[in-house]
Design a protein around this ligand. Structure first.
Ligand SMILES: [Zn+2]
Length: 267
């Protein structure tokens, strides 16, 4: 039994949770997940995530940003909305933002512009930034690196890359967010092998619920919808990959999350 865990990436504003969000939160608490950072990824989800956080203060916090998939919709109003939401105490980071050339749902030019504008918000506000990158490593580093000296902290959320990019991110000072991707014996084996190079003080854990259900969960859940209550499985597999105890992983990742997002002490 673990306690005090912090899920740094839960898409609780997602409509797949509309029917049973309260039960999802109860199950998370029962599983030892004390706090969750609700990911904002579009104008609509940014408003919703902040409202959820305000309704469950001390347990839920949120981010405000526009995912690269929605970069085409990034308007001056989106920018103003993020800037106004981050003034709230419960909104603790800018993002998720970044680049995704795997799907290219938005054209690359739009992605680059939306990303740069959100990095400006992180600079202006001093808030940490919650980053998404897929198949866009070079442009991502090129855009991010000049901004980093002016940004308080940054996390590569749902890191799924190779050894080389992990080393590069660590050298840039990034925190690394590990999801249940590491529990996937097909796609995540390389991650399992390199997880040990992340220093104790840079490691963060997340479910990315409702996505990325850990494949190692037993018994297998009836649906493929992931939820924060499954975070202990990520802890278990990360601990195994790093040859550390689950208690150690639980403790350091919670400490790191508190520091990263400047969370208030637990009530
Ligand atoms: Zn993401």
């Amino acid at each position: 039994m673990m306690d005090g865990l912090i899920d740094i990436g839960a898409n609780l504003a997602h409509d797949s949770f509309d029917e049973d969000r309260d039960e999802i939160m109860q199950r998370a608490a029962a599983a030892g997940v004390a706090r969750m950072i609700v990911t904002g990824s579009s104008d609509e989800s940014n408003v919703q995530a902040a409202a959820l956080a305000e309704a469950s203060s001390g347990v839920l916090f949120s981010t405000a940003g526009v995912h690269p998939h929605h970069a085409s919709d990034y308007t001056d109003d989106s920018d103003a909305l993020i800037r106004s939401l981050v003034k709230k105490d419960v909104v603790v980071a800018v993002g998720e933002c970044g680049l995704d050339y795997f799907r290219n749902f938005s054209p690359r030019e739009a992605q680059l512009e939306a990303f740069a504008r959100q990095l400006e918000i992180a600079k202006d506000t001093g808030l940490p930034v919650f980053l998404h990158q897929r198949d866009a490593h070079d442009d991502f580093v090129e855009t991010l690196e000049p901004a980093l000296p002016h940004i308080s902290r940054a996390v590569a959320h749902c890191f799924t890359g190779e050894h080389e990019s992990l080393r590069e991110y660590l050298a840039m000072g990034l925190y690394i967010g590990i999801t249940g991707w590491i529990c996937d014996e097909r796609r995540g084996k390389h991650l399992h092998d390199i997880a040990h190079i992340i220093p104790d003080d840079r490691l963060l854990i997340e479910t990315d619920a409702p996505y990325l259900l850990p494949r190692t969960l037993r018994p297998k859940p009836k649906t493929r919808r992931n939820e924060p209550a499954y975070l202990p499985e990520v802890v278990r597999v990360v601990a195994e990959a790093r040859a550390q105890s689950v208690e150690h992983i639980a403790r350091i990742t919670a400490e790191n999350a508190r520091r990263f997002f400047s969370l208030p002490p637990c009530e």
